[in-house]
Design a protein around this ligand. Sequence first.
Ligand SMILES: Nc1ncnc2c1ncn2[C@@H]1O[C@H](COP(=O)(O)OP(=O)(O)OP(=O)(O)O)[C@@H](O)[C@H]1O
Ligand SMILES: [Mg+2]
Length: 309
Amino acid sequence: MKKIGILVGQETSFPEALIDNINQRDAGVTAEMALLEGTPHSWAGEYAVILDRISHEVAYYQTTLKVAALNGCKVVNNPFWKLADDKFFGTALVEKLGIAVPRTLALPQCQNVEGISAESLRNIKYPLDWDGIMGWIGFPAIIKPHWGGGWKSVDKVENMQELMDAYHESKTLCMMLQEFIEWDQYVRCICIGKNKINVLPWDPSLPHHERYSKAKVDLSEAMRTKIIDQAIALNDALGYDMNTVEFAIRDDIPYAIDFMNSAPDLDKNSLTPDQFVWAVDTMAEFLIEKARKPENDELPMRWDHLLSE
Ligand SMILES: Nc1ncnc2c1ncn2[C@@H]1O[C@H](COP(=O)(O)OP(=O)(O)OP(=O)(O)O)[C@@H](O)[C@H]1O
Ligand SMILES: [Mg+2]
């Protein structure tokens, strides 16, 4: 019997519902909370698949999942890509797919991390040309970490003073500056298995628990199709099997805003009941299929030739 292990953080609704859903299907595959107790380097565990909802916050899980993948376990999301990823690179990559993105610029960190002195940073031309930078980005702008989540250190700035305050506040974080898209409509797509896309109205201006349930959009069929196609292209390029992708729609153009959520919020208190059922069902089907497949359809790794059958 193939086994699926789930690695979780504080959340309590999605993992439990997913485990029950898989176990009730009688599909020759079982699911359980993954249990770890120190990882030998040859570890693949007893799991055909591990669904990872938390390694971004636990370094021990990160290193364990990479070794699990090396030893043949299928890990969702791909633990290597996840660690290589960042929002600035993602923005540049996504534009190459023909998807609209806000004008975006990476900034040198405001403060030096410990052990780094001015001599180590001779390649950066100071002072930064803020007028030139903002002449291109324009106000209002968003300043946010190149690798972040939970809206931490994300600020909308209206003028140079607000920008300087937010930049100084960011301290040693690597920040990026982004054109603020004044949107007419906003959607968030829950994406499972790269190509199962649920396009949902999502209003970031509402309180957290109402962002899905109280949001409204009116999308033409052509716009909905375009968003689905772009979300699939984006998941394919980034390699995510579990993701949420946000688009801000301005003048009939969907701009990709946040598309790197490797462990998206799928809590039943955030989603509507229908949306929650869709997420649990779709993920259960995806994981069962993945567990049953003999082959690992992840990107080829440079060490694949070392692995025995
Ligand atoms: N360029 C932009 N134009 C308009 N709105 C933006 C822009 N960038 C960010 N936002 C708004 O700020 C919110 C938070 O930004 P973002 O999602 O990039 O940060 P985050 O920390 O990754 O958040 P999360 O935890 O949701 O992933 C977005 O959901 C969006 O509503
Ligand atoms: Mg976000």
